[in-house]
Design a protein around this ligand. Structure first.
Ligand code: TXA
Ligand code: MG
Length: 343
């Protein structure tokens, strides 16, 4: 299959192009499209055959459920069994935006979308291309991140080309995504509400709106929900995350980099801007200022992919502060650093 690339300017959306992409969705084809978090690999969420193609293209196991993307909060009444007040409260505060709400599904939603769970994950993305596409397709769009299973998520159309070219019908190129890490996934079937995956909406912001929120046990190192593998977001290079603080962090990274280079490996360092000069003998890529976590999140996946493109075998990464978006960044770095495992 030859993958068509459709360039759309996010600031001046060409509706004729959106309609072309929406036609593909209606025909049961796969279209990758930008959202504010990462690129998604979309299919008509109400078409089982189309949804099955997503799993094939990504090499994703069927036990990993998908998010249904909507452009109107009213759609919740079709997708959920009933709509709890807290869903409307969260939607009002954070949609469109990087927040996914998991609640009991309606009959309309097939088990192929939800990995046979009785819940479905729904979100309204804050991206005009994504919203127009959903509106024109006149159906919720099921979409995981548009990367090969287990790999780093895509924040540019080129990343999607690198992973999925020849395997999907179309890629909409709408430039670089803004947030850079995926949505926060919230389980709203339980009291208190639980975060299943840290992401673009921080724990701090959620607490302002709904008070008590718990991290899932999985994030604390125990229980695992389907699809939430320990090893994920992995670059091809081996990633080593150094979580020490201050001078100890710098020293440990210098020691590790020297050791790997002495053994003949091509090793690079992902550092905060303020520490860049402390590694002057080494190859360094800067993720952003340690205090500017939004910038760091936006750069994270593109940097990991650029190490791979340049043939690095080892990436040694500085840990970041674990508040606000730092929580989402560190969750991804820990998974990217975890030893690869079979399902
Ligand atoms: O920002 C995002 O969320 C991006 C963009 C494209 O919207 N999408 C994304 O999808 O990251 P994906 O499939 O890569 O991650 C979805 C996560 C998975 O970890 C999955 O296990 C979880 O959401 N999930 C989906 N449905 C669920 C459900 N019913 N119960 C629990 N977890 C669920
Ligand atoms: Mg993903």
């Amino acid at each position: 299959m030859k993958t068509k690339i459709l360039e759309i300017n996010p600031k001046k959306i060409d509706l004729a192009k959106i309609k072309i992409a929406a036609e593909e969705i209606k025909k049961g084809k796969l279209v990758a499209f930008p959202t504010e978090t990462v690129y998604g690999l979309g299919a008509d969420a109400l078409n089982k055959k189309a949804v099955a193609k997503i799993f094939q293209a990504k090499g994703r196991p069927f036990n990993d459920p998908l998010i249904a993307h909507i452009a109107d909060t009213k759609e919740l009444y079709r997708l959920y069994k009933q709509v709890p007040p807290v869903a409307l409260k969260l939607a009002k505060a954070f949609w469109p935006g990087p927040l996914t709400l998991v609640f009991k599904k309606s009959e309309l939603v097939s088990g192929i979308v939800t990995a046979d769970l009785d819940t479905v994950a729904v979100r309204m993305p804050a991206d005009n291309i994504a919203l127009s596409l959903i509106r024109e397709a006149k159906t919720p769009i099921a979409a995981p991140s548009a990367n090969l299973f287990g790999k780093t998520s895509p924040t540019t159309a080129q990343h999607v080309v690198d992973d999925l070219s020849g395997k999907i019908e179309m890629i909409i190129d709408g430039g670089k995504t803004k947030v850079g890490v995926e949505s926060t996934v919230l389980d709203i079937t339980v009291e208190p509400i639980r975060i299943l995956r840290a992401g673009g909406i921080s724990l701090e912001k959620l607490k302002e709106v709904i008070g008590q929120v718990k991290m899932s046990k999985e994030l604390e190192g125990g229980f695992r929900s389907p699809g939430m593998l320990n090893s994920h977001y992995s670059p091809q290079a081996k990633l080593i995350l150094v979580e020490k603080k201050g001078d100890a962090q710098v020293e440990e990274i210098r020691r590790l980099a020297s050791e790997y280079i002495a053994q003949g490996f091509k090793a690079g360092i992902m550092a905060k801007e303020e520490n860049q000069n402390k590694y002057d003998r080494f190859e360094v890529k800067v993720i952003g200022k340690g205090t500017e976590l939004e910038t760091c999140a936006a750069n994270l996946f593109a940097i990991l992919r650029s190490f791979d493109k340049e043939g690095f075998e080892i990436i040694i990464a500085e840990g970041l502060k674990e508040h606000d978006l730092g929580l989402a960044i560190m969750e991804r770095l820990r998974k990217a650093a975890a030893p690869k495992q079979m399902l």
